[in-house]
Ligand binder design. Structure first.
Ligand code: FCB
Length: 481
């Protein structure tokens, strides 16, 4: 199938206020759903090691079986088709394709993604691929992981190989998912794999991840047909000061630097922000940045993916010591405040305005750059009722509010081209294991039975009719029309 066919999927519809061709999608990630961890030639990633380390993942859960998508992908694609999805964002598992992180290639790994991609195309669903959603091959971590510059080069080799094989069928490519989490949760506070806790190493990992993005972008451009889209997904923070006091405003500036501008400035302007360099000077001298790196990192990309769940509110607090358990390097004197109001099962405040703020900010700061909401959604404590149905009115309200915010942002001129709901299926939620359910499709992990929740029906109805379905639960932002 041609790229043109891939980027204009047949199921796309255009609700009032959403532009023509708007992509309606759902997202997943390899380690969270595939299972088959030891099958088909796959070798361990840092998440296999981490989840086997006592105390790291709730209940000792692992992704060994997860949602068994490796075996059930046909059923899952059929589910997507029944919901009317136009696009599906998934990730390739590096250790399935290149066991050990570097050659030789594992044909069975490539074959699995061949089957998946062909199944999607056969159902008229555009595959949107992420190359790295956190499952670094363990062998590369043993050589230093993202703190080791060489890992960026290994990533570019892997990107080239995947592009060679799938470039004819995949139109939209994302290098990295949320490098902030890889660097700052993986190497900063150790809440994610590989579980290291060293702020200097977190900043070093951050730079090498960006270098991987740049080298990977170059590798993709070399291999992909003209017209293919290359992107990066960031979990940008909607940072707000608690008050307008100078101290709180400065706390917001610092966290905006460490969460947002530390990515946006190098990727789009080829420089690190001066204030971030100054704020982190006691942690690192940044000598891992070499001549030419920033030009590599700033290679042009075609769109930016934004993952948004909740805003970040900060206040100045002389008592706040900084450091663990915070993932941020150099955050002494800053207190993180949880906003009042409704929260999800993750304890994350529900606040659609944060998504609106981010999208209009990017409209202003990156004029003309197409934006994709590559993740947005909520965990709630869902269960099957005696009839087998799963009612999730809070998730419907969450989605209604956030899609309302997306539509308002589009109305205000933000070039948002698509929305990928997190997540299609309940899955392995990293350090929370299976205790948090983000899916619009319920998974009974004992039987692997899939049950679309009310939110799945709600989303399907939105895609089908182009209108917000009537809401059971009013939301402050939910206005459908
Ligand atoms: C994001 C991750 C995704 C999922 C959601 C809830 O940070 O990219 O894999 O875990 O959070």
């Amino acid at each position: 199938m041609s790229i043109a066919a891939v980027t204009h999927p047949v199921h796309t519809t255009t609700p009032a206020g959403f532009p023509p061709g708007f992509l309606w999608g759902a997202a997943t990630a390899a380690y969270q759903i595939e299972g088959a961890a030891g099958q088909g030639g796959r070798t361990p990633s840092i998440w296999d090691t981490f989840s086997r380390t006592p105390g790291k993942v709730r209940n000792g859960d692992t992704g060994d079986i997860a949602a068994d998508h490796y075996h059930r992908y046909r059923e899952d694609v059929a589910l997507m088709a029944s919901l009317g999805l136009g696009a599906y964002r998934f990730s390739f598992a590096w250790p399935r394709i290149l066991p050990g992180g570097t050659g030789p290639v594992n044909p069975a790994g490539l074959d699995f993604y061949d089957r998946l991609v062909d199944e999607l195309l056969g159902a008229g669903i555009a595959p949107v691929a992420t190359l790295y959603h956190w499952d670094l091959p363990q062998e590369l971590e043993d050589r230093g992981g993202w703190t080791h510059r060489d890992t960026a080069h290994r990533f570019a080799e892997y990107a080239a190989l995947v592009a060679d094989r799938f470039g004819d069928r995949i139109g939209t490519w994302t290098t990295l998912n949320e490098p902030w989490c890889s660097a700052f949760l993986g190497y900063g506070n150790g809440v994610h794999a590989p579980g290291r806790t060293d702020p200097a190493q977190a900043l070093r990992a951050h730079h090498h991840l960006l270098l991987a993005h740049g080298l990977g972008t170059a590798a993709l451009r070399d291999r992909l047909p003209a017209g293919a889209q290359v992107s990066l997904t960031l979990n940008l923070a909607a940072v707000r000061p608690l008050t307008r006091d100078a101290g709180d405003l400065d706390a917001a500036r610092r966290i905006d630097g460490l969460a947002n501008r530390i990515f946006l400035d190098p990727v789009f302007h080829g420089r690190y922000p001066q204030d971030v360099l100054a704020d982190t000077a006691a942690v690192t001298d940044w000598s891992f940045v070499r001549d030419g790196d920033l030009a590599e990192i700033a290679r042009p990309i075609d769109s930016l993916g934004i993952n948004y769940y909740s805003p970040t509110v900060v206040a100045a607090d002389p008592e706040a010591a900084g450091g663990l358990p915070s993932p941020f390097p150099a955050d002494r004197g800053i207190r993180f405040v949880l906003a009042d109001g409704p929260r999800t099962a993750m304890d994350w405040p529900v606040d659609p305005d944060g998504l609106y703020e981010l999208l209009v900010r990017l409209r202003d700061e990156l004029p003309g750059l197409p934006l994709l909401v590559t993740e947005n959604g909520a965990a709630y404590d869902d269960y099957s009722d005696p009839s087998g149905a799963v009612h999730d009115p809070e998730r419907v309200a969450y989605l209604r509010g956030h899609l309302g915010a997306v539509r308002r942002a589009i109305g205000a001129g933000a070039p948002v081209r698509g929305y990928f709901l997190w997540s299609l299926l309940d899955n392995f939620e990293w350090a929370y294991g299976y205790s948090k359910r983000f899916g619009i499709v319920h998974v009974d992990f004992a039987s692997q039975r899939r049950t679309p929740k009310d939110s799945a029906r709600w989303y399907a109805e939105l895609i089908r009719t182009g209108q917000f379905p009537p809401a059971d639960t009013p939301t402050r932002d939910g206005g459908a029309d």
